[in-house]
Design a protein around this ligand. Sequence first.
Ligand code: G6P
Ligand code: ZN
Length: 540
Amino acid sequence: MNQVATRPYADQKPGTSGLRKKVRVFQQEHYAANFIQAVFDVVEGKAGAALVIGGDGRFYNREVIQTAIRMAAANGFARVIVGRGGILSTPAASHLIRLRKALGGLVLSASHNPGGPDEDFGIKYNVSNGGPAPEKLTDAIYARTREIDRLLIADAPDVDLDRDGESRVGDMVVEVVDPVADYAELMERLFDFAAIREMIAGGFRIRFDAMHAVTGPYAREIFRRLGAREDSVVNGTPLPDFGGHHPDPNLVHAKALYDEMMGEGAPDFGAASDGDGDRNLIIGKGMFVSPSDSLAVLAANAHLAPAYQGGIAGIARSMPTSQAADRVAEALGIGLYETPTGWKFFGNLLDAGLVTICGEESAGTGSNHVREKDGVWAVLLWLNVLAKRRVSVAEILRDHWARFGRNYYARHDYEALAVDAANQVMDGLRARLGGLAGTRANGLAVAGADDFEYLDPTDQSLSRNQGLRVRFDDGSRIVFRLSGTGTEGATLRVYLERYEPAGGDLGMDVGTALQPLIAAAEELAGIARITGRARPDVVT
Ligand code: G6P
Ligand code: ZN
C-alpha cells in the first residue's frame, strides 16, 4: 500500500446529485482521487465490506474506475464489484448494492450532461440502501475534502475490466460482472413479461432511444427477451461522448424520436433515457406524456403489474412536480408526500415503507425496487399497463384526465443568469411572500404563498429554502426555484401549473392554457425586468 501526499481542492462540494464538474477539472492532479479518499475517510465499516463501482461509460470513466479500485484496496475493502467495461446504469448500480449487500457504491456519471474531453464528469457515492448519500454524509465528505492531505492507494497494475470474473488487487477481490444480468432478472420479476410479449407479438411497435448512453445494452437485452424487433432500440451503443449529443431525454435533445412519434406511421410507443439511465421520456403515438402526468398514470395503474398488484403504500413527488399524483393518492386513499427536489429525499420514505412510487417533473420516476429513479423501469411499467389495458397511450391519458381532471403543466428555465440577478428575483419575491394572500396577480386571486421547507417524517431532519410557492384560488400554482445542478451561473426555474377539473376543458394546448399564469409569474417576480430576459431559454 502506498500513502501519497496531496493538497485539498476548495471546490468539491457535492450538488443535487454528487460532484459534477468539467472533465478538465477532474483531470487536475489527484482531483478525483481526493474526492474518493474523502468518501472513504468518512464512510465507516469498510473492513471486510464490498463496494460497487460503475459508470455510464462517458469519457474518463475507465481511468477513474482504475484509480477507485486501487484506492478501495488500500482503504480496506474486501471486494469490489464492477460492471464489465466499467458500465453500470445508476438504477442497476443501486440494485447491485442492495443485492450484494455492499457497503455502498461509486457511481460515475454526470447524468444527462454531455460527455467528452471538454464536457462533464461526475462522482456520486451511494449508501447501503442503494440510494444517494444523504445530506449529512455529503456534508461530511465535503468537509473532509477541505482538509485532505494524503491518499491511500495500492501499487497495482490496471484491472482488465472487459472480462467477467475475479482477480485480486492486494488482498481485495475485484469481481467484474455482467452489468445487465441481475437488473434484467429484477425487471422480469416485477413485470408481466408474458403479457408484454403477447402484445408485441400482436404487432405492437416500440422505439426506444438510448441516446448512445448507458441504457443501450439494458434495453437490447430486455427487449430481446420480450421478442421485440431489433430496430426497437436505436442509438444503443454507449459512446464516451454520446455521439456528440446531450443524452437528455427531453423534447429538444430527443427531437428525432419526438418527430417520429408525431409523424405518419409512428410506432405505438416511444421512449428515451438519459446518460446514466435514471430518467425517462414517454411519448405515445401523437401524444407526449409529461413526467408529472406519467407519475400519476403509473401510480393509478401500478396494480396491473405483478410487483404492485397488492396496491401501493403511498406516492411521493418533489414539490415542483404537478399535483396530478395528489388526486390519485386521494382516490386510492393512500399517503402523498411532497419533498424537496432531489431523489435522495425519497430514500427514507421508501425505506420506511411509507411510499411505493416516487416521481419528479425532471423526468424521473421509480419505485421501492431500488433507491434511484429508473428509466427502463418506467418504460416497462408503461408497457405492462398498455399490455393489460390494450388501449393507446393517448387513450390512457384522456381517460385519466376525464377521471381526475388535468393539471396543465410546464417548466420555464432561465439559464446561465448572473448569480446576483437570479438572487435578486428570488429575494425580492421572498420578501413579499407574506403579504401575497388575498391579492391578485394578472387578475388571478392568490390563496397563499410560502417558502417551502420539508420536515422528513422519518428522521425529523429539516430542509429549508426549497422553493417559493404561490397558490391560487382555483388550484393553480406557480413555483420559483434555483436549480442545484447547473454548472454555469444560476438557473432559475419557474414551474407553472393550472388545474382543470374533470368535465372542464381538457384538450387545450398547454402553452395557451398556461398563458394567464405566465403573465402572473412576471407580475409577481419581475424576471424580465430584473434579468433582462424576455423569455425562457428552455420550456419543458
Ligand atoms: C437530478 C436529480 C433530480 C433533480 C434534477 C433537477 O437529476 O437527480 O432529483 O430533480 O437533478 O435538479 P435541479 O436542482 O437542477 O432542478
Ligand atoms: Zn441521470
